[in-house]
Ligand binder design. Sequence first.
Ligand SMILES: NC(=O)c1ccc[n+]([C@@H]2O[C@H](COP(=O)([O-])OP(=O)(O)OC[C@H]3O[C@@H](n4cnc5c(N)ncnc54)[C@H](O)[C@@H]3O)[C@@H](O)[C@H]2O)c1
Length: 397
Amino acid sequence: MSSSSPSPSPAASRVDLDGNPVAPLTICMIGAGGFIGSHLCEKLMAETSHVVLAVDVYCDKIRHLVDPAPPHLQERISFHRLNIKNDSRLEGLIKMADLTINLAAICTPADYNTRPLDTIYSNFIDALPVVKYCSENNKRLIHFSTCEVYGKTIGSFLPKDHPLRKEPEFYVLKEDDSPCIFGPIVKQRWSYACAKQLIERLIFAEGAENGLEFTIVRPFNWIGPRMDFIPGVDGPSEGVPRVLACFSNNLLRREPLKLVDGGESQRTFVYIKDAIEAVLLMIENPARANGHIFNVGNPNNEVTVRELAQMMTEVYANVSGEPPLDEPMVDVSSNQFYGEGYDDSDKRIPDMTIINRQLGWNPKTPLKDLLETTLTYQHKTYKEAIKRQMSQASASS
Ligand SMILES: NC(=O)c1ccc[n+]([C@@H]2O[C@H](COP(=O)([O-])OP(=O)(O)OC[C@H]3O[C@@H](n4cnc5c(N)ncnc54)[C@H](O)[C@@H]3O)[C@@H](O)[C@H]2O)c1
């Protein structure tokens, strides 16, 4: 190539897993302004030539991409501020696109038992037209569900010291084999998981009866920069975000980290940038991804919530230079913290066989490294704002 030839566009050089060139796509991304959406938009803009119609009610986390779009991205990304509950523009956007990715949801555990109606409407009713429009217009859909659809493990019903609890078939979660085990209806915590399960069943049925081309993603605790909000800084002061942002908030304010019911639940955490690689593989390999449900998590990064709190305390001390508190953690009951109706899944280890076989994807980043990156970001982004807020509060008290 002569030195004056234009460099090839990123998509021109992209090939799928079978060696075929990837044609540029138009993607209608609903919920593009959230945590996962913002990372997916960045990835698509940086490494591909796909066009994104970004749909959300907020754009704060993708402002750098859309408000206004930088000159080199103006043809590639547009922001459509709309609420999918009640906006007739939705079908037109889905029709314009080759692929729809639905990320929109209420997905914060603190809401599941305090706002169960909003949670069920958001995760089931509001997703219905998206599925319908995709099915009626023969458009491919990638729908974001959750690892919460598995509910509790089979092993959790055995006595604590029962040897079968250590057998993987009693706790490893498999997309096409494991049952979905939720608590009773009075435990409203399960409103989210149940709504997500029903929309999964509906999408699956649309595939079986009407030929909808779909992929369902079950994220297992994707974490990283821009996750949720810090209460009182870029979110409501009474808000309770998911665990990573909750603990970050405590660390930034030099408060003890609150461990709900002893912090005994076990979780696996995957770095958002690893997980986004998996989503890009799904986008660009429809023949391998269609009709599948994929666990996307990192089984090697398993800790109890108590261990996570300990690791975050140590890592934050390193990145901020602030010594840990003498009493870095306190125990609170789930009733105190989340209110009546809370319940929890005990352990969440994803089986990786299907995603590995279909897409050859494996997570890379160890928990310590992803906590370092994330807490460095949290400290840099929020520390000064929190200091200002705390000094104003003490001046006015
Ligand atoms: N982050 C995780 O680890 C995780 C885990 C399990 C499941 N998920 C699922 O992945 C998806 C995205 O999660 P996230 O972490 O990015 O959440 P998020 O809350 O950061 O993003 C969701 C986005 O959807 C938008 N939205 C919600 N309702 C809308 C509506 N009616 N109209 C338009 N926009 C609307 C919100 O404004 C928000 O920007 C959700 O479906 C969630 O249930 C995520």
